[in-house]
Design a protein around this ligand. Structure first.
Ligand SMILES: CC(C)(COP(=O)(O)OP(=O)(O)OC[C@H]1O[C@@H](n2cnc3c(N)ncnc32)[C@H](O)[C@@H]1OP(=O)(O)O)[C@@H](O)C(=O)NCCC(=O)NCCS
Length: 331
């Protein structure tokens, strides 16, 4: 049976570190509050001149190198983002040009913090249903700093910028059961009001009058999002395990969306997963939305937390509200 594997992976976070101490000078907050409520100690932010496509390009370049293929071998590019450079063309098209690619379909997916899992599912289905496609580049990239209200202490402490990318390829090795075993995605549009952004272009609100600026920024009902996040991530993770006849004991490592340490701990607690199996890097990245899972996956791999044949569960939740989970047997 044909399977789809992750053939290459790469990530990129901008150089500029914005620490909790830096935020203390910008809004009425303190590092202890941020660490206690979220686990976040610092996050990375772009320069004004850096766009989501620049971050995505860097991550994609590394993923192609890691997969040992060139952009000419890529049959489709999908970008998950809520901070596109422009309303159009799609950030996927902009990254294609930066990579020097041409002549293959490119489009963006918007499922907010679940975007990478949505894009993974779309890419996997393209590969399984179109025998002409061999390699698909999936990128999660976000310049969240462009849609964060830096005067709103309840949201600005949470988010960061970054990008992660994978190359998905069809694998015909009959002696292997590695690959993307399953992906499950869902949404409830009636909860959209809990987390939304009226307008978004990562070009930012430059030139917009201050009274209009508000429309560019993230609005969030923090407490309700918190509760929904735990509920939905637990249920989608349990569903994907159940329909594959697996239990949490079969899982080597969980890569949860990196939103909040308390959300991750609550999931571990509710699903009876030892905390050491929950990969966490949010203390250095903050919530990078669609980029969070591929960055965490790459960092887990680089730090030796993933071995061949390990079973990985990724699980995400985001505005929409959307959610998703994927099971990956690592190769
Ligand atoms: C945002 C979040 C950390 C706030 O934590 P909380 O425990 O719910 O805190 P509350 O919003 O109830 O606020 C408690 C108090 O802290 C204050 N506060 C909010 N942000 C603050 C900050 N950065 N620094 C200091 N105080 C802050 C509030 O004003 C409130 O003060 P009050 O009691 O005097 O009114 C938490 O709700 C959360 O993480 N929600 C999920 C957000 C998320 O992950 N979104 C993305 C999903 S993909």
């Amino acid at each position: 049976m044909e399977r789809v594997i992750i053939r290459g992976i790469g990530s990129y976070i901008p150089e500029c570190v914005l620490s909790n101490a830096d935020l203390e000078g910008m809004v009425d907050t303190n590092s202890e509050w941020i660490v206690t409520r979220t686990g976040i100690e610092s996050r990375r932010v772009c320069l004004d001149t850096e766009m989501a496509s620049d971050l995505g390009y860097e991550a994609a370049r590394k993923a192609l190198e890691n997969a040992n293929i060139s952009v000419c071998d890529v049959d489709l590019i999908i970008v998950a983002t809520v901070t596109p450079d422009l309303r159009f063309p799609a950030t996927a098209c902009i990254i294609q040009e930066k990579l020097g690619g041409t002549d293959v379909p490119c489009f963006d997916v918007n499922a907010v913090c679940s975007g990478f899992i949505y894009a993974l599912d779309v890419a996997r289905n393209f590969l399984l249903n179109n025998s002409k496609m061999k390699n698909v580049l999936v990128i999660g990239t976000e310049k969240m700093s462009s849609i964060v209200d830096w005067e709103d202490r309840s949201t600005c402490v949470l988010f960061g910028d970054g990008a992660g990318a994978i190359v998905l390829s069809r694998d015909t090795d009959e002696n292997s059961d590695a690959g993307i075993l399953d992906v499950l995605i869902g949404a409830d549009g009636s909860l959209g009001r809990l987390l939304y952004c009226p307008i978004c272009d990562s070009g930012g609100p430059a030139g917009v009058k201050s009274t209009e600026k508000d429309a560019y920024f993230i609005k969030m009902e923090g407490r309700e999002v918190f509760k929904e996040a735990i509920k939905r991530m637990c249920s989608v993770a349990e569903d994907v395990l159940q329909r594959n006849d697996l239990t949490v004991d079969d899982i080597s490592l969980v890569i949860p969306h990196q939103a909040n340490m308390r959300i991750i701990s609550a999931i571990a607690d509710r699903m009876k997963i030892p905390e050491k199996k929950m990969f966490v890097n949010l203390q250095r990245t903050g919530n990078t939305s669609a980029a969070s899972i591929p960055i965490a996956l790459d960092e887990a791999l680089q730090s030796g937390n993933i071995q061949s044949e390990d079973l990985i569960l990724t699980v995400a939740f985001g505005g929409g509200m959307t959610w998703g989970a994927a099971l990956i047997r690592w190769k």
